[in-house]
Design a protein. Sequence first.
Length: 291
Amino acid sequence: MPAIPRLPLLLLAVTLAAACAPSGASAPAASVATPAVIGDGATAAPAGGAPSPSQAYPTPTAPSGSRAASAPPGAGGAAAGLTPSAEASASPRATATVDRRGKVIYLTFDDGPIVPYTRQILDVLAANEATATFFVVGAMVTRNPQLISQIKQGGHAIGNHTWTHTAMTTQSDAQIRSELTRTTEAVGKENMGACMRPPYGDRNERTIATSRQEGYKTVVWTHWAVDWEQPPVPELVASLKAASEDRANILLHDGGGDRPNTVAALKIMLPKWRKQGFTFAAVPACARPLT
C-alpha cells in the first residue's frame, strides 16, 4: 500500500491537562481497521495504523513529516512495503491458542500508566471480570510506579511501549534497545511480558528483529476505536461494537490525554460483550514472561 505522508506532531507541554478537546468528526466506520492477510493465511493488523498521542510525555519526538494522531494507517512498515511474518505477527490471530468453545477479545491500552484513567479502567475491568494488556511508556511509569503493581494485582499483562514514545524506524538498533531496556527496568523485569508495541505502529523488519533479539514479540492491533481524538461516547461505543469479533485485538488508550470517554464506553460495552458470550484475555505473547 502506498505511503501516506505524515504531518508533524505537535510538541505539547508536559501536563495531563494538555489533552485535546473532544471531537465528533470521526465516523465510527472509519475507526475499525481492516486486517491485512499475511502469507500463511493468518491475519495481522496493517503496518502503521492509528498512532497514539504524545502530549503527556516529557520529550515527545517523531520524525520530520510524521503524521498527526488523526491520520489513517500507512506509515512505518507499510511505507517500506513490509509484510510482517507470522512469527512476528501484529495480531494474536497468528499466534494464539484459543479455546474454540468460546469467543475472546484482547483489550489493549497504550500510553499509560496515568492518574486517574489507568485506575478507572482497572476498576471497570475488575467489575466485568475482564483481563487486558497495558502497553506502558517508561517515562510515564517513573511518574506513576504504583500503577504497575495495581495492573499486575488485577491479573493483567504489561507490554513495552518504549521509553519516550518515539517512532522506532527513525532510531538506531542501539537506541531501540535502550528504549526497551529502560522501560523494562522501570517496570521490573518480573512484571514485563515478552511483547512490545511500537509507537504509532511504526515498524519495519529491522525494528521487529531488534525487538525480537531483546526478547519481545512485536504486537500491534486488528481494530481500534478513535479514542485518541476523544470523540463522543456514542461514537466510541459504535466503534467498539463494530470491533466485536472473536480474537479482535482492540487498541485503546489509558494515557496520552484525557480518557473519560474511553472509560465511559468501556462501562457500556463490557457488559454487552459478556452477554454476547465474549471473554477477555491478555494478548498471548504478553502473557508470557520476558526472559
